[in-house]
Each structure stands twice: as C-alpha cells, then as structure tokens.
Design a protein around this ligand. Structure first.
Ligand SMILES: Nc1nc2c(c(=O)[nH]1)N[C@H]1C(S)=C(S)[C@@H](COP(=O)(O)O)O[C@H]1N2
Ligand SMILES: [Mo]
Length: 199
C-alpha cells in the first residue's frame, strides 16, 4: 500500500487541491441556520416550480420519491470557511424537475419553508450541477440540515443550498435572496472567493 499516494490522491479528503482559497477542511458537519428549524411533515410537503408566466408544476413527497434518484458525491464549501469533502447524498436532479417545464427565464429563486430565499442563474441549476436531496450519508436528511429536503448546489458557497426547500421560482431577471440582500456575493463561487458583494 502506498500511503503517500493515498494521502494526496485518495477520495477520503486531505487533498489541498480540493480546498478553495481561505477554506479549511472540516470533518464534522456544522449547522448554520438563520432562524428556528421548520418541522415539515412529508404528508404536507410539496415541491413547486413556478415559471415566469405563473405556471406551476408541483410534486408531493411520494411523487418526488418516484422520480429518478441520483447519488451525488461532492465537496461542499461554506462561506464561514469550512469545507467538507466527499459528502454523499441521494435526491432528484433539478434537470429532472425542469424536464417538462417551459421557460425562457435566466434566473431562479429557491424558496424555503420558513421564508429563506436564495437566487441563482438557472444555468447553475442545470446540466447535472444541482439536486433536491433527501438523504445524507445513507440516512434521511436531519431537520437541522434541511430535511425533509434541501437544495444542493455544491459548486457555489453552501448558503445557495437552501434547506427545507419548497420550490423554485423562475425569473427573467436576477432577484437577490436573503443573504444576497444582506451583502453576500450575488453568485458565490468559492474558487474565486466571492464571499461578499464586490469580491
Ligand atoms: N432555509 C435555509 N437554508 C439555508 C440556510 C438557512 O439559514 N435557511 N443557511 C444557509 C447557509 S449560510 C449554509 S452555510 C448552509 C448550512 O447548511 P448546514 O446547516 O446543513 O451545514 O445552509 C444554507 N441554507
Ligand atoms: Mo453559510
């Protein structure tokens, strides 16, 4: 066994090339929430995509679980400087949810139970880059981490990954969400250290 190769090229972390500038590797899973944790029963849960014309497409929990399931294995990066490598999730690709949605919108706002919002270009939610996930590390997603389901957009800072997500609204223009209105960067690329507006 070659320990040096394993240490620097293994899939269990420890690879500095995978840690964006100004970040450190966390081995725990910190909880960062603005307000109290909403408790959403899966019997009452629905996910809705609303287009710029107001057309809505909704899925109940059972319908959502009946869609094609994917298993993203990704690194995540929080603006408070922790990065977590090799996280395992199960969920539905946003591509699957948008497959029958007719829209010419360029942006989206993710809305959460509890009122949190965050904005993203639609092109960052498509082409296998974003999921609505319900399972972390083989277990149902814990409420404090966004269960029953959260958005997962691992290539942007983790505040874009809305917990307790209940829908996406597709918008022609960019509409800043909760942290973006509070001075966080509009886009939030961890590799370009886009933490705050103006970075
Ligand atoms: N609905 C909602 N989603 C949210 C947040 C929040 O406060 N409310 N915090 C964001 C921030 S700033 C981060 S870093 C991650 C934290 O996710 P975690 O608590 O699972 O680590 O969720 C993001 N999604
Ligand atoms: Mo964050």
């Amino acid at each position: 066994m070659n320990l040096i190769t394993r240490g620097f090229h293994g899939r269990r972390g420890g690879d500095p090339a995978r840690i964006p500038p100004g970040q450190y590797e966390a081995h725990d899973f910190p909880v960062l929430s603005v307000g109290p944790t909403p408790r959403v029963d899966t019997d009452d849960w629905a996910f809705t995509v609303t287009t710029e014309t107001g057309t809505a497409h909704s899925w109940t929990w059972d319908e959502f679980l009946g869609l094609a399931q994917e298993r993203p294995h990704v690194d995540i990066h929080c603006v408070t400087r922790w990065s977590k490598l090799d996280t395992d999730w199960v969920g539905v690709s946003v591509d699957t949810l948008l497959a029958d949605v007719e829209s010419t919108a360029d942006y989206a706002v993710a809305h959460s139970y509890g009122g949190y919002t965050t904005n993203l270009p639609l092109e960052d939610l498509t082409d296998g880059q974003a999921w609505i996930v319900h399972t972390f590390d083989g277990e149902p997603l814990a409420a404090e981490h966004g269960g029953p389901a959260r958005l997962l957009v691992p290539h942007l800072y983790f505040w874009k990954s809305a917990k307790w997500v209940k829908g996406l609204t597709l918008t022609p223009g960019d509409e800043p969400g909760f942290w973006e209105q509070a001075g966080y960067h509009d886009y939030g690329d961890p590799w370009r250290e886009q933490r705050y507006r103006g970075d």
